[in-house]
Write a protein that binds this ligand. Structure first.
Ligand code: GLN
Length: 286
């Protein structure tokens, strides 16, 4: 079949589910991944023929896209701040909002390329935050925790594949009291923060395919992770250490109040690229 005919089939089958631009980007990602073809091939070679064998993974992917499976899980990878990372259903697909959080930390810590800093990422998932920080702050020592063994396995592979050294620890922040022997300079986390009432705004892709463990919190205690992380940060950060959090945009005030109640200083809120209140930074000072 001609490659452009396959593209037309993608549009016909998916245009009622996804915006047209998104269908185009799925198609280009798929031909790049399975056929090693660049996106401009269609313009250069409009009559390119694809063999039966080559078209098979494309049509398999099409069937999965119709079931709202995220394209990143289908091809098993994504890009986060110039890093290629593997992803699967055991980890959240890294979001551009989280890139903003990482950029904030890099901006603040770039003096001496992060020399001698000790950074801890709580709930690392694919490892995206920890790996991006270690890459951009090569002087820093980065440690990452997750409760999921499967997430940690993937995060380790991602670190190795990108030539980055990180210490990974399996631990549940909700039941974790161990103190680090060396005090930390930075604690960062993007913990679960989606409540039942937030689900109506979320796409089926996320709700049906991404890991519940990484996303959801009970409506009656939506800041449960933030409470634990704040206590942990107070116990393990240096004086003048920094805590960075990705937050639920609808809980920005509550999240801020929680840090104030725990005596964090210089609390700063930032919006993400979509204009939503998405990140908090706070300092310890004692
Ligand atoms: N930002 C994610 C979403 O909207 C949620 C991430 C999280 O719960 N930490 O799907």
């Amino acid at each position: 079949m001609l490659l452009r005919e396959i593209k037309n089939i993608f549009h016909r089958e998916l245009n009622t589910i996804y915006p047209q631009g998104e269908v185009d980007s799925f198609f280009y990602l798929l031909i790049e991944h399975y056929l090693k073809l660049e996106r401009f091939v269609l313009a250069l070679r409009p009559d390119l023929i694809v063999s039966k064998e080559q078209e098979q993974p494309l049509f398999e992917a099409l069937a999965q896209l119709k079931l709202h499976r995220p394209v990143q899980y289908i091809i098993g990878k994504t890009v986060f701040m110039d890093l290629e990372l593997r992803v699967n259903e055991n980890v959240l697909i890294p979001r551009p909002e989280t890139e903003d959080l990482v950029r904030w930390i890099i901006e603040d810590c770039r003096i001496d390329r992060g020399r001698d800093l000790r950074i801890l990422d709580i709930g690392t998932g694919s490892g995206c935050i920890a790996i991006a920080l270690a890459k951009n702050l090569p002087g820093a020592k980065v440690v990452a925790l997750d409760v999921s063994q499967k997430a940690l396995e993937l995060a380790k592979k991602n670190a190795e594949k990108n030539g980055i050294e990180i210490e990974f620890i399996k631990a549940d922040i909700l039941n974790f009291n161990v103190e680090f022997e060396i005090e930390l300079d930075v604690v960062v986390s993007n913990p679960p923060y989606v409540r039942e009432l937030d689900k109506k705004e979320m796409s089926e892709n996320v709700l049906c395919h991404e890991p519940e463990l990484a996303l959801f919190v009970p409506d009656e205690d939506p800041l449960r992770f933030y409470t634990k992380i704040a206590d942990f940060a107070k116990a393990n950060l240096k004086g003048n250490g920094k805590l960075y959090l990705e937050i639920n945009q609808y809980l920005a005030e509550d999240s801020q109040a929680l840090l104030e109640a725990k005596n964090f200083q210089d609390i700063e809120l930032r919006k993400d690229l979509f204009g939503n209140n998405r990140m908090l930074k706070a300092s310890t000072s004692f």
